[in-house]
Ligand binder design. Structure first.
Ligand code: ATP
Ligand code: MG
Length: 558
């Protein structure tokens, strides 16, 4: 058990329950995804919460697939969800279950409710059921079928299961209260006919339970003590409790609701994500621009950073929209101390060092981390032709531009000071090459190297460089709350992906982790497309929160 003070209201409730000896002091939670899509950052919050609170109290967590909607769900999604939970760092051990594992028990529970005269078969159409339900301001009306005899209900329910009726002909409903102020209590549907085979149970069932009915009972069957869910289920809690009171009064899991995580500029709805994938707007569920767990993993977000972010967001009942910068800061902070430094030029400009001997190569010693000597050093070849970043040269530079300009000097990191002597242009006037000279007395790390210039830039040796595709990502959407639009397509950021033809230092020829490309950001080899023959890197995040900077600039100009 943790000695720490509870950090949120759910952890407080759980601590209090343990102190009071409720559930014999046990903590059993579950994460119950519907396998109808990949998980997103919002699910990460639920996963960290459910697995986290159980871990903190040596409890247990079930990974339970809520597979009550055959046809919408698939094994591909089941496998993807398992991979995502594992990658986040959590282990369900032998507690992998499905709502469909309980279909027999759920059927028996429904029969029991009928026998208690607390459920009936209704033969109204879906439309009629809607009309009879009433509105928020008007009570509903009892269905004409509500007073069927127990025997008739039992017989009809069995015949529904045996496949005698078509989809929609009947439903099984709980008999609660058509006048309840809570719409969920107005005789909710327990079972509907769906003559669709199920990925786990094949064609055994012609009827499938509704989520509310299956969920609470599955919680009870598994001995869940705290059933943590998002706020939209608050109004369902009386129903959750009603099912348990009728059917398993001896075990009472407690449902507790918390607010969903919404992330600015990201979509957190499987349905809407699915539409983007189907439309080909993104390259699959693991497109690095998506806030899916698979997308964030492919982009190179470390799981530690994601968990850190979830911890920072916290657990409350307040609806919120979290800035992307908060997540990116967690990523930067983790990679800042964990990622080795390398040099890469993503928009190369050739530089010839005219006074450097033809054919000569020198090995420069480069630190792998500026603050942690344990990362060690590596050698970087230096030669007469190098690449620097196009942005590090300006022909008509403002006074405070401390990089390369005609006649100006700059230090090449871990190498020499060079001076720009000539600017070569193509016919269209584009700068295509710089002719520079180096000062041999300024080699980094040597006693004579203390001559100072204001700017230091990164570089790679042209002859030794590795060509690579570098994918530069930006926000996928141009609006902070894409989830609030039915059609998000008009709100896509047309520049969400830019592909750069980069040159990398040779130490990056074999890349098996994430790196900081000095001055550019953090990058990781793409899990799908990277190969030693064709290196492909994703930009995980820039070094600074460029969006915050832009916003500040905009403010200053106002
Ligand atoms: P979606 O709209 O993306 O399909 P969902 O809630 O229908 O989301 P489920 O597969 O049913 O998806 O979710 C599994 C669990 O994850 C549920 O307990 C749900 O409350 C939780 N969850 C889903 N989205 C979020 C979110 N944005 N923030 C926190 N928890 C979430
Ligand atoms: Mg759902």
């Amino acid at each position: 058990m943790s000695d720490n003070e509870p950090t949120d209201f759910i952890r407080q409730i759980i601590s209090d329950d343990i102190a009071a000896g409720k559930h014999n002091g046990r903590v059993v939670t579950r994460f119950p995804p519907e396998p109808n899509g990949f998980l997103h950052v919002g699910h990460a919050k639920s996963i960290c919460l459910n697995f986290g609170v159980a871990e903190e109290h040596s409890g247990q967590t079930f990974l339970r697939f809520d597979d009550t909607n055959p046809g919408r769900e698939s094994e591909e999604y089941v496998e993807a969800i398992k991979a995502d939970v594992r990658w986040l760092g959590f282990d369900w051990q032998d507690r992998l279950t499905h709502a469909s594992d309980y279909f027999d028990q759920l059927f028996a529970a429904a029969v029991k409710l009928i026998e208690m005269d607390k459920a009936y078969v209704d033969s109204l159409s879906a439309e009629e059921i809607r009309e009879y339900r009433g509105t928020l301001t008007e009570p509903g009306a009892n269905s004409p079928h509500r007073e069927r005899s127990i025997e008739e209900n039992l017989a009809l329910f069995r015949r529904m299961q045996e496949g005698e009726f078509e989809d929609g002909a009947h439903v099984l409903r709980a008999k609660i209260d058509m006048a309840s102020p809570n719409m969920n209590m107005r005789d909710p549907t327990l079972y509907r006919i769906r003559k669709t085979p199920h990925q786990n149970t094949g064609d055994k069932w012609n009827i499938y339970p509704m989520y509310d009915f299956a969920h609470g009972l599955s919680d009870a069957f598994e001995g869940i003590t705290h059933s943590l869910c998002t706020l939209e289920f608050e109004d369902h809690r009386p129903l959750y409790d009603w099912f348990l009171d009728q059917l398993v009064p001896q075990h009472r899991p407690q449902q507790i609701e918390f607010s969903r995580l919404n992330l600015a500029y990201a979509l957190t709805s499987k349905r809407k994500l699915n539409a983007l994938v189907d439309n080909g707007v993104v390259n699959g569920w693991d497109d690095p621009r998506l806030a899916t767990i698979a997308g964030m993993r492919r982009r190179g977000y470390p799981p530690e950073a994601l968990r850190d972010f979830i911890g920072r967001v916290g657990v409350t009942k307040k609806e919120n929209l979290i800035e992307m910068g908060v997540l990116e800061n967690s990523v930067r902070e983790f990679l800042g101390s964990e990622a080795p430094r390398r040099m890469a030029v993503i928009k190369p400009l050739k530089v010839t060092i005219t006074n450097y001997p033809q054919g000569q190569t020198e090995q420069m010693v480069a630190m792998n981390h500026p603050a942690n000597a344990e990362f060690g050093t590596r050698e970087m070849p230096f030669s007469r032709e190098i690449y620097v970043e196009q942005d590090d040269f300006m022909e008509d530079a403002p006074r405070k531009f401390f990089r390369l300009r005609p006649g100006g000097e700059v230090r090449l990191r871990f190498a020499y000071i060079i001076r720009c002597d000539d600017v070569i242009k193509d016919d269209a006037g584009n700068v295509v090459e710089l002719r520079c000279s180096y000062d041999p007395d300024t080699k980094s790390g040597t006693a004579s190297s203390d001559r100072k210039v204001k700017g230091t830039i990164h570089w790679v040796s042209a002859q030794h460089a590795v060509a690579a595709e570098v994918r530069l990502y930006d926000r996928l959407f141009s609006v902070p709350n894409p989830g609030s639009y039915d059609d998000v397509l008009p709100h896509l950021n047309p520049r969400s992906l830019e592909i750069a033809d980069a040159r990398l230092e040779p130490a990056l020829a074999v890349a098996d982790r994430s790196y900081q490309f000095e001055r550019l950001g953090y990058f990781s080899p793409d899990a799908v497309d990277y190969s030693a023959q064709k290196p492909v890197f994703n930009r995980i995040v820039t070094l600074r929160d460029s969006w915050a900077k832009l916003e500040k600039q905009a403010m200053a100009e106002m």
